[in-house]
Design a protein around this ligand. Structure first.
Ligand code: 13P
Ligand code: SF4
Length: 338
């Protein structure tokens, strides 16, 4: 782990603009700890022709301080293929870094903490998928991107929370196997006539929200707008005003500019969206993703300076896993508000 870098006058001056932007969500006492890393990381990125892709759940000092591309999993998959950089740092979780490597196999893809996993990705193995294919011969397999490269390699087409319904309907069949998120599967099933065979995976963050909690909040804030992620339990989704991917949720707040909003998702989303929507009040009984929170500025710095934690994927798995991701990208986003 890096030692604490010095907060010099030069660094203070050079990073003042970033702090001005995020001061509503980053306490002043924390800035001398973040600023030196932000400064050095941005310098190193230029010298090494590196790019940082950051998921919407990253903390504001990463999101606004060092990220070159920000977005939901679909955006990050698309942008990973397009980048001209030599090194990609994924400020996100392991399946996102693997997806970046699959889409840019000739680039060096690094993840600041190799243990930044995902409860959904851990819920299913390639062997589980092979068994399901034997049990339901001939049914296409749609897999959420929140899975390992090995699972993707057993898949017909991937999807994200931004295009689950569109992907399922694109297949033109009556029934599909949809893995591994049981709640996303239920949400997709509620929006289509296609029959869905699902798995028992859950997101450890979204599974904690309850409809009772939402109903109580509505009593406290009568004009409250509730915006949820489709990884939430069905009764939470039913109690919401809008459901969409993390980018869809951001877009909804941007367009509707609610007075009081509850983003039923990971905590940092509210901070990041707050920065760009200062007139909206964000109600925050949010939940932290312990995996996303493993990514911190000192680890990004270490990983960039030493080029550690490279994500490597077996060539034949990579080739097979690329096919369903490419299909998903071709199908695209459900709508501009998904
Ligand atoms: P999005 O694709 O909506 O960004 O979601 C990814 C994720 O991990 C949500 O928990
Ligand atoms: Fe996985 Fe849930 Fe964390 Fe997203 S929030 S990375 S689905 S554990």
């Amino acid at each position: 782990m890096s030692i604490q870098l010095e907060f010099t006058k030069e660094i203070e001056k050079n990073t003042a603009g970033i702090y001005q932007k995020i001061k509503s969500v980053v306490p002043e006492v924390e800035w001398p700890l973040h600023a030196p890393y932000i400064y050095k990381i941005n310098e190193l990125k230029k010298n090494k022709n590196a790019v940082i892709l950051a998921h919407n759940y990253q903390t504001p000092e990463i999101y606004y301080g060092v990220a070159d591309i920000i977005g939901d999993s679909l955006t990050l998959a698309i942008e990973a293929e397009k980048t001209k950089a030599d090194i990609i740092i994924m400020a996100g979780v392991h399946f996102m870094a693997e997806t970046a490597k699959i889409m840019s196999p000739n680039k060096k893809v690094l993840i600041p903490d190799i243990n930044a996993g995902c409860s959904l990705a851990e819920s299913i193995t390639a062997e589980d998928v092979r068994k399901l294919k034997k049990k339901y011969p001939g049914l296409p397999v749609v897999t959420y991107v929140n899975t390992s490269a090995e699972v993707k390699a057993e898949t017909d087409v991937c999807c994200t929370s931004a295009n689950g319904v569109k992907v399922v309907e694109s297949l033109g069949v009556k029934e599909v196997i949809f893995l591994p998120d049981i709640y996303l599967a239920k949400y997709v099933a509620s929006q289509t006539k296609v029959k869905i065979i699902s798995w028992h995976g859950k997101c450890m963050v979204h599974d904690q929200f309850t409809a009772e909690e939402l109903n109580q909040l509505r009593k406290n804030y009568p004009d409250l707008i509730i915006v949820s992620h489709p990884e939430c339990p069905p009764d939470v989704i039913q109690s919401s005003d809008f459901t969409g991917s993390t980018s869809g949720m951001i877009q909804y707040v941007r367009n509707k500019k609610p007075k009081n909003v509850f983003l039923v998702t990971e905590c940092s989303m509210s901070d990041n969206v707050q920065v760009e929507n200062p007139t909206t009040n964000f109600i925050r009984p949010c939940n932290l993703c312990p995996h996303m929170k493993k990514i911190q500025l000192p680890k990004i710095y270490d990983c960039l300076i030493n080029e550690t934690n490279e994500v490597l994927i077996d060539k034949s798995i990579l080739k097979k896993a690329r096919v369903p991701i490419e299909r998903m990208i071709k199908i695209g986003r459900q709508s501009s508000l998904s």
